[in-house]
Write a protein that binds this ligand. Sequence first.
Ligand code: NCD
Ligand code: ZN
Length: 356
Amino acid sequence: MQITLKNPLDMHLHLRDGAMLDAVAPFSAKSFVAAVIMPNLTPPIDSLESAKAYKQSIVDSIHSYAKAHKQPLESLAFEPLCALYITDSLTPKVLESCANSGFKLLKLYPKGATTNSDNGIAQVMDSKMRALFSVAQDQGMILCIHGESGGFVLEREMEFGVVLRELATSFPRLKIIVEHLSDHRTIPLLEEYDNLYATLTLHHITLDLNDVAGGMLCHHHFCKPVLKTPKDKQALLELALNAHKKVSFGSDSAPHSLESKQKGAAGIFSAPALLPQLAELFDKHNALHNLQAFVSDNAMRIYELACWVEAAKSWEKSPKLITLEKSPSKIPESIPCLDSSLRPLRAGEMIAWREV
Ligand code: NCD
Ligand code: ZN
């Protein structure tokens, strides 16, 4: 059995920079036509200049890979949609210039919520932030949010709901994306507010807290927001399998070296073999007919990519086609990176599908 996906999109991806970028970017470039690239680098991507330079470094990295591995550039056609990190130094003027240059995605990290969020925002709804959101709304920008409070770890997303409600009602024309939805109690907000959407990761729809702390501690499954209960996992899985119109796929693939993982860094590196794992999952639940909507069509519509991404204008006419086949493949044990390595999700496991 085979299926062919048209223009797969990963709407939440960490590619990092330097040697790690070179090690991980080819996985996404092979399987996806575009991805939303997270800006939590050191220093953060929070200006038009840094966003342009970061985008160029991603393109250069993929080009060097293609050259070194003698692969045709078309097979690695990949559009990095670089998001801007909302820091205290971001002004309405900078926002306007970014929007005019095609950088329409904003990423809001509450200060201290996750990896490299020290430059995030302490008071999300203060007057300065409201002024920024108002400009973002007028410019047709999209606000991607790491929606967690600073409270008890299992209640953080639920507690952040108050802020989401206030944002959604105060800025009704601003599209707001709740990144890596992890808690079933957030789902009613998507139904209630027209301008609230979400991304879903592979790990939050397939794993729960038992996979982190139910047996021997598994730091490879430690991420933010933390994996939650079986009930949360099930509710999120159903959203994905039904390709609920308010959700898109965003892997949140977040590579860290083995040493950093051992020290407790949050993040799951899922980029190798994302599409085969999704095909396996959707096949198991007789939902393969919804996979195209979940990994591409929903995001095209929600983010209106064809309206503001130059490259997207040609995707309908000459799509990137990824064929998946129901035949066993093995997820790599580890991916070398400088003098260390990266461990992918389900490292070394056999899965039922492969990318052709
Ligand atoms: C991400 C990272 O490592 O940058 N970590 C994670 O656990 N998901 C940051 C994030 O998306 O929260
Ligand atoms: Zn992330």
